[in-house]
Structure formats: C-alpha cells, structure tokens
Design a protein. Structure first.
Length: 367
C-alpha cells in the first residue's frame, strides 16, 4: 500500500507540474460547460423584425407594440414600401418581415384583416421558429381582443419563406458544411503536417537542402490548397445536381470568397504549427481550439441572436461565421457584392493579418 500511495503521489505531482495538462483537466471542462451552456439554445430571443404597415391605424400599432414587448422579437425597422422587404433580408437587417393589409382596423371586424409573415428561408429552421413565435403572439392578441369586445375577430395569417419556399434544410447546411470541411482540411492537416516534419527531425534536413524556406513552406501548403479547392468544386456539384441547391449568385465571387477563406484556414494552421511542439498538441489545438468554436459560433447550428453579447463578440472573430454568411447570400439569395461586402472585407482582413503573423512567427522558428 505504501508503494501504491507513493506512485499516486508521484502522478499527482507530475500532473500539477504540467500546467497544460492541468488546464485541460480542470479549466477546459468549466469553459466548455459555460460556453456551451450559454450558446446552445434552440429558442430565439430578440430576433430582429421589420414591419410594413400601409394602414398605420390603432390596431396595427398595438400589434407592433405587442411584438416589441415580446421577449422573442425586436422591431428594428418600419418599411415605407414593399421594395424594402428584399433589402432588409439581403443586408441582414432582419430575419422576419410582418406585412399588414390595407385598412387593417376596419377589416378586422369583417374578418378581412390579413397579416403576411415573410421569413428569410436561407435558414429554414430559424425561419420556422420565427413564424411560429409570431403566430403565437398574433393568436394571443386576437384572443385578448375578442374577449375584450365580445365580438368575433379574425386575422388571416399567411407565412412565406423567401428564397426557400419549400423549406429545404440543404439550403442552410451546404454553405455550413463547406466552411467546416475547409477548416478541417486546411487548418488541422496543415498544422499537423508541419509539426510532424519538425517532430521527426526531417525539417532540419529540408532546411539544409538547396530549396529556400519559403519554397518549402509553399510546397507544404500547396497540396492542401489544391485539395480544398477540389472539395469546394465537389461539394458544389453535389449540392446542385444531387441536393437541388441553387447557385443564384456569381460563381466568380463565390470562388473568390472561398479562396480567401482557404488562405485564412491555411494561415491558422501555420500559426498553430509555430506555437506547438508535437502532433498531439497540434490536433488538440486545432480540434478544440478551432472545430468546437466553428460548430458553435458560426451560426450553422445555433442562432447567434440568442447568444449573450459577449458570445456574439466571440462569434465575430470566427472566420467560418463570415464565410457561411457570405456563401448563403451568394448561393441562396443571389445578391450582388454590395450585400456581402462586409463579410468579404472581414475575411480579407483576417487573411492579411494571419498571413503576416504566421509567416513572421514561422520565420523566427526557422532561423
């Protein structure tokens, strides 16, 4: 028993001396529970809503106030014409537009009042949640008014999904899968490949060869860049000819955004390779440090609007969040470059910063 206890004490001392192991064992579970506990929510809170109200009477104002008072919605804009509906969806101002019929108050008692709920169908799950919540608010309002006036009132509600009338889930997941696949191949495999050379001692042999260090690094990156471009083409072919997902926007802009995102992911892999010393550390850093945040904070599975403000700030530094948003706008909405200029600019800035930082760090490690 004394020998057993001495070995146990030795193992405890070894764990406490290794700060990285201690962080993985004690701190990482707490961080995952806190992040995922606040981030993983299937319900929507403070979803952005726009309103088109041609009648502008007392009843429509009460309904708008009821929507604003709900915990689910935030009315961010009142439109002047139906032409603004496509605009708010394309620039991401709102995910739902509530359209009232003309002379809403006078038609309410006759059963001729109507409301159309138009949702952005690029994310069909979120669109269904938004329309269901809005219908619940309208049903509660209608029941309250009927009880108050003791007369039958009927509001005809019609729901519509813009850009995706059938509510196909592939419209949402294809752009998201592209972001996940590119991040996996570029960042994860690049970091492991370079660390493997250094861990086995072959990096020194490569540096002693007549090739320049820049050419060595580019030769390591080129296969993964080529494979990533091949994957983009393959996924798009499957999406169009097998899943029936349209590409309504420009193929040129789609290719440019994808290439910039590939460069961002490759730079992340290079940066990770300069910070770790083993393949296991590279896998852990890439898998936990990139894959988990990409899945949770990219907006692919969980709506970003439901997350606390601090977590939304974290989502803004996730490259896949901007790539998936841009791909949805290009593929599903078919908008021009002005509508995804923000996503394109953010990805280009990330690529420039990461290339500069990772290259500088790599040059220091090579000298």
């Amino acid at each position: 028993m004394k020998q057993f206890l001495s070995f146990v004490r030795k193992e405890f001392r070894q764990i406490f001396r290794d700060r990285r192991t201690l962080l993985i064992l004690l701190i990482m579970p707490l961080m995952l529970v806190l992040l995922l506990g606040y981030a993983i929510k299937t319900e929507l809170n403070d979803a952005r809503v726009a309103v088109f109200d041609p009648s502008k009477d007392v009843e429509t104002r009460r309904i708008i106030e009821r929507l604003q008072a709900s915990e689910y919605f935030t009315v961010v804009r009142e439109l002047d014409s139906p032409a603004g509906i496509n605009e708010v969806f394309r620039d991401g101002t709102a995910g739902l537009v509530v359209v009232f019929s003309e002379e809403f108050a006078s038609g309410l008692s006759r059963g001729e009042a109507g409301i159309q709920l138009i949702a952005d169908g690029t994310d069909p799950n979120q669109a269904s949640l938004l329309t269901n919540y809005a219908q619940g608010v309208l049903a509660a309002y209608q029941a309250e008014r009927m009880e108050q006036y003791r007369v039958p009132m009927r509001i005809e509600t019609v729901s519509r999904m813009l850009y995706n009338p059938q509510g196909e889930s592939a419209y949402n997941f294809v752009p998201g899968v592209m972001g996940i696949v590119l991040m996996l191949i570029c960042a994860l495999m690049t970091s492991v490949s370079i660390v493997r050379e250094r861990e086995t001692g072959t990096m020194e042999i490569l540096l002693a060869s007549p090739m320049k260090p820049l050419h060595i690094i580019l030769s390591k990156m080129t296969p993964y860049f080529t494979l990533s471009v091949t994957n983009v083409v393959t996924i798009l072919l499957l999406a169009v000819f097998v899943m029936g997902v349209p590409i309504r926007g420009s193929l040129g802009w789609l290719a440019l955004v994808s290439v910039i995102f590939i460069i961002v992911a490759l730079s992340l892999g290079l940066l990770i390779s300069t910070l770790v010393d083993s393949q296991v550390a590279a896998l852990l850093s890439s898998g936990i440090g990139l894959m988990m945040p990409t899945l949770v904070f990219s907006g692919l599975i969980f709506p970003l609007e439901s997350m606390p403000l601090a977590l939304r700030w974290i989502a803004d530094i996730i490259p896949a969040r901007w790539y998936i948003s841009a791909m949805r706008k290009i593929m599903i909405q078919g908008v021009d470059v002005s509508c995804f200029a923000t996503e394109l600019g953010v990805l280009a800035l990330m690529a420039a910063v990461l290339v500069a930082v990772s290259w500088k760090k790599f040059k220091v490690r090579l000298e």
